[in-house]
Write a protein that binds this ligand. Structure first.
Ligand SMILES: NC(=O)C1=CN([C@@H]2O[C@H](COP(=O)(O)OP(=O)(O)OC[C@H]3O[C@@H](n4cnc5c(N)ncnc54)[C@H](O)[C@@H]3O)[C@@H](O)[C@H]2O)[C@@H](O)CC1
Ligand SMILES: Nc1ncnc2c1ncn2[C@@H]1O[C@H](COP(=O)(O)OP(=O)(O)O)[C@@H](O)[C@H]1O
Length: 607
């Protein structure tokens, strides 16, 4: 949940196309191929970022001057001060030009360089080449624009110091000019390995000095240390930005995994028309037209708003909203059992609006289930023929939450999934169901092929977190985490069906009209990192799918993730006074708190 998450966005924001670094470089190259000047683009970028920085500072000044005793940013107190940290690539080039423009606008600026030798500042020795298209594989060309930017900044007498000259001092942070705004132009989308040595130290020092001065941290294009295409941060070394000024196109990595922690608020600076760049590339290479337009297809779509829903028809009854069968909540011999998983999932299907529910769980939990959810019907999980009979009657089957991982549970899983396939039911598989699926895949079990074929024409939804995905793909969790986008695609390619890869910035892969769509859902918060939260999501997913009266979008997996995430945000978002009665806070948020919040969000979605 970003700082400014506002629940009014539940319905009102547009989807945003997300791209990887290669695509952004390609857009840029397509633009240059039309004769546009690469240094001109850099100047344009820096100029627009400067305008944004002034506005951001202005807003911060106004808001701080309203709060008593903390008026450190008041204009009359001192000239506006900016500290700009630059690296050697084009991101650093942007930084030098921002320094130049801010200085022209009356700011007191100091540039902190990282990776520069003394000779780099000897501007009279440097040849100035012009109009060279930037090419990410050619450092000599890359340096050209960045060097020109440096020359402009030095010619206008911007102060600078080398980070390496102060790095040996313990008080490195304090020696830096105290500033109101710190600008990170160390690395952009060109970062391809973990920052080490001076870079690592500089990133840490930047974060420290920003915090010490209670100043704003603004990242140019992407926080340095964050990988634009994956959202990965190596060894937790990255700039902690309050605001990221995102150039050309929105990067996928800003919105998933570590990106959700490091990017802060994101301001787009589009600079070039994507569509035009795409068409230009295509017309230059007619044969490759299809490939060119595919190359510019977003890798995913960012969703921050859910689809609205129509009120129910007055003339309807419980059967109009589906009969859900939740299968889970087992007590494996000698264990305490996992009845809660099935109960949470079942309760969430009802909170989402499912009409009728039966829970197939271990008999030991029937009493507690009925105490917390008297609306549910029960059946013994181990009564195979009874449960199979119910599968025939149900409209959707959700299986796996607390099902257990022993051989008996595996047999139940195989039987019930096969019965669901035979009876052409929609299927949601979560938790221990995914565990069995992975084992069956390893053992080349026929159910894997059956399920994949079935999923081509029927709804099969699978909802792993990274650990479960790792098992399903027989990979390490770190491999999944280092490229979540690839992981969710591999899951779908291996098993078929629609997928949610859970976590910060959950990814959703859905087959829509024969085409794979990938969504990033930028909702939810770290308070939701508690046991049972995934069971709630499986319930929301199942509950929506059960309600045939809803539109296809309103029953979709991405809608389920959005409603689940918004419900979590309602519980911790103090900015929303209308939800005060629901407020819990991040620490201490429990899966069971979600039920009231889900109902609240469902109500907000009605138009
Ligand atoms: N591509 C665009 O969309 C535009 C880009 N501009 C700027 O250009 C940036 C991209 O420029 P570059 O391709 O030069 O990328 P960077 O400025 O991120 O620099 C990459 C350089 O850093 C080196 N490097 C990468 N990881 C490193 C590490 N861990 N330690 C030490 N060195 C490392 C690389 O070998 C390469 O030389 C964008 O992020 C943006 O700031 C803007 O000027 C205008 C438009
Ligand atoms: N930091 C976070 N930001 C957003 N959503 C989160 C965060 N942590 C957890 N969640 C969400 O909470 C749910 C947790 O699911 P899971 O790990 O399966 O829990 P469990 O297995 O205990 O039920 C997922 O939907 C996940 O996306």
């Amino acid at each position: 949940m970003r700082n400014n998450t506002n629940l009014s966005s539940i319905k009102n924001t547009k989807p945003i196309a997300l791209y990887n670094s290669e695509q952004v470089y390609a857009m840029e190259q397509a633009w240059f191929a039309e004769g546009y000047d690469s240094f001109g683009l850099m100047k344009q970028a820096a100029w627009q970022m400067t305008q944004q920085i002034e506005q951001i500072y202005e807003r911060k000044t106004v808001s701080t001057s309203h709060s008593a005793n903390t008026n450190v940013y008041h204009r009359s107190a001192h000239p506006r001060r900016a500290s700009i940290w630059v690296g050697k690539g084009n991101n650093g080039g942007d930084g030098w030009l921002i320094a130049h423009y801010l200085q022209q606008a009356g700011w007191q600026v100091e540039v902190m360089t990282v990776g520069f030798s003394e000779n780099d500042f000897d501007i009279h020795d440097q040849p100035v080449t012009s109009k060279t298209p930037r090419d990410k594989d050619s450092d000599s060309r890359n340096i050209t624009d960045a060097t020109k930017a440096l020359q402009i900044a030095l010619a206008s007498s911007c102060h600078y110091q080398r980070f390496e000259d102060i790095i040996s001092h313990d008080d490195a942070g304090k020696r830096n000019l105290p500033a109101d705004i710190y600008i990170d132009a160390l690395f952009g989308i060109g970062l391809d390995r973990a920052p080490e040595g001076a870079y690592k130290a500089a990133i840490n020092a930047f974060n420290n000095v920003t915090q010490q001065n209670n100043a704003l941290a603004i990242a140019v294009d992407i926080p340095s240390g964050l990988v634009a295409s994956t959202g990965e941060v190596f060894e937790r070394i990255a700039i902690q930005a309050d605001v990221t000024l995102c150039l050309i196109a929105r990067k996928f990595g800003l919105h998933t995994k570590d990106g959700t922690d490091y990017s802060g608020d994101i301001v787009d600076i589009p600079l070039i028309p994507h569509q035009e760049a795409c068409q230009q590339t295509a017309s230059h290479h007619m044969v490759a037209q299809k490939n060119a337009s595919q190359a510019f297809e977003p890798v995913a779509t960012l969703l921050t708003a859910a689809h609205s829903m129509k009120p129910r028809r007055q003339n309807s009854y419980k059967g109009s909203y589906g009969h859900v069968l939740v299968i889970g909540g087992n007590r494996v011999d000698g264990s305490q059992g996992m009845g809660g998983a099935a109960i949470l999932s079942a309760a969430s299907t009802m909170a989402t609006g499912a009409g009728k529910i039966t829970v197939a769980c271990h008999e030991a939990f029937h009493g507690s289930l009925l105490t917390s959810l008297p609306d549910a019907m029960t059946i013994n999980l181990h009564d195979i023929s009874g449960v199979k009979g119910l599968i025939k009657q149900a409209s959707i089957v959700a299986i796996g939450m607390g099902l257990g991982r022993d051989e008996k549970a595996k047999t139940l899983f195989i039987n019930y999934v096969q019965a669901a396939i035979e009876n052409e039911k929609s299927i949601v598989i979560d938790a221990d169901g995914l565990y069995h699926l992975a084992s069956l895949h390893m053992g080349n079990h026929e159910l894997i092929t059956e399920l994949r074929e079935y999923s081509a024409n029927h709804q099969v939804c699978l909802t792993p977190h990274s650990g479960e995905a790792a098992r399903l793909l027989d990979q390490k969790i770190s491999e999944i985490e280092s490229n979540r986008l690839q992981a969710v695609k591999q899951c779908a390619a291996t098993y078929g069906g629609d997928w949610i890869l859970k976590g910060a910035g959950s990814l959703v892969l859905e087959q829509e009209e024969g085409k794979e769509q990938i969504y990033v859902c930028d909702v939810g918060n770290a308070g939701m990192a508690t046991a049972g939260m995934g069971d709630v999501l499986s319930g929301v997913t199942t509950g929506l799918l059960a309600q045939q009266d809803l539109s296809a979008e309103a029953r979709s997996l991405h809608q389920a993730v959005l409603i689940h995430g918004f419900a979590g945000d309602v519980l911790v978002n103090q900015a929303n006074s209308d939800t005060n009665t629901l407020l819990v806070g991040q620490r201490g948020l429990q899966a069971q708190d979600m039920l009231a919040a889900i109902r609240h969000v469902m109500q907000l979605m009605i138009v």
